[in-house]
Design a protein around this ligand. Sequence first.
Ligand SMILES: C[S@@+](CC[C@H](N)C(=O)[O-])C[C@H]1O[C@@H](n2cnc3c(N)ncnc32)[C@H](O)[C@@H]1O
Length: 228
Amino acid sequence: MEEKDSHPISFLVTDDNSHTLFSERFRATYHSTRGAISESKYVFIQNGLQYVHEQFQSKEISILEVGFGTGLNAFMTYLYAKEHALKINYQSIEAYPVPIIESVKLNYTNQFSEEEKVVFNQLHQQEWNRVGQISDSFSLIKHLCLVEEFNSPQQFDIIYFDAFSPSEQPELWTESVFKKMYDLLKVNGVLVTYCAQGQMKRNMKQTGFKVQSLLGALGKREMTRGLK
Ligand SMILES: C[S@@+](CC[C@H](N)C(=O)[O-])C[C@H]1O[C@@H](n2cnc3c(N)ncnc32)[C@H](O)[C@@H]1O
């Protein structure tokens, strides 16, 4: 798969002042308009990474993300891992990358140091389908492919399932995709998503996940965590 240069997106400022993007292709925003950084921290970091770190006292954690997008979840993961001295193997799947010329305009590093700005840009500049070392304790592979076509011999501790919603991308919330996610997780592995749709939860249960409904981000009623 090759990186396409025409990926129509526009910038929006969300309620916590962090940017999100609107995708013309999917007619959807990349994050909640109530706060991109706040949503990422709550759904993926607090209920995913922090949960696994605290529950299993893990110091080395492997993460697979569905939808690299703006790199915000990867950046929030880097910051949490640095604060807690964790070693992270981060892999992310993306079929329609945000061009670097656009990613540098994202305001996620506004309140951070120069060093962290460099890290955010490195996340985007890293070559596709190659292992890169963002820091001594943070390795990254970005897979340029469709999630439907992704395969890996490795299993992961956490999956950040961050596709566009079932109404925009029904083909990604199916039993067959969740079966693939289940197989990609280690025993006791955890999948987190902002989504709480009933059919999605039934599809997850059908593939073997124990499904937990948690309070959603920023006034949303629910989000979902699946345990293997
Ligand atoms: C909700 S956004 C992800 C937001 C991202 N996690 C972030 O932190 O900015 C969904 C992403 O999934 C990507 N995507 C959509 N369909 C895909 C597919 N079939 N395979 C892989 N990636 C896909 C989109 O290009 C988009 O970047």
